[in-house]
Write a protein that binds this ligand. Structure first.
Ligand code: ZN
Length: 165
């Protein structure tokens, strides 16, 4: 097991798990633009980060019409029966992902060198959440690691049981 290069300095490296799962079969699609993230999706990300604490949570982001609406969990990290979530094992080959999300239990949600390396190689938008995982303790970055503004937007989902926050 490798030592995580994140600020948390834990002995885990969540993105290696993605690598084991044939990352090559997951297409990263460059979105025309990302206009926002659904409030329920962001709430789910923060909730999953919290539940995983003190471990890291990691997942992949999926967008639809410019809005990030789905998170695919990386196996071995927290999972629950939430609506906006599919198990990574169940994703069809060739599914389009726009980027990654992971948590920093240290609370510092700036990208580490390892994160920047990943950002350059995979995906176009990346979210890092930081402990205590409140609605303000996260940020989004582009593939160069520059901060990007991703507004949280209200959208209607077909599947119910959204948690408010
Ligand atoms: Zn990190």
């Amino acid at each position: 097991m490798k030592r995580c290069l994140c600020h948390c300095k834990r002995f885990i490296q969540p993105f290696e798990v993605i690598g084991n799962l044939k990352m090559g079969s997951i297409t990263m699609k460059r979105p025309k633009r990302i206009e926002g993230i659904a409030r329920s999706t962001m709430a789910f990300i923060l909730e999953a980060s919290k539940s995983s604490y003190p471990k890291e949570f990691a997942g992949l982001l999926r967008e639809e019409e410019g809005i990030i609406k789905e998170v695919l969990l990386v196996p071995g990290t927290h999972s629950s029966g939430g609506g906006a979530l599919m198990d990574l094992y169940n994703i069809p080959l060739g599914i389009s992902m726009v980027g990654t999300v992971h948590s920093h239990p240290s609370g510092n949600f700036t990208p580490s060198d390892a994160d920047l390396h990943l950002f350059r190689r995979k995906g176009f938008v990346h979210i890092i959440t930081g402990y205590p995982y409140s609605k303000d303790s996260w940020s989004a970055y582009d593939s160069r690691g520059d901060k990007v503004d991703i507004p949280v937007v209200e959208i209607e989902f077909d599947y119910g049981d959204e948690e408010e926050w």
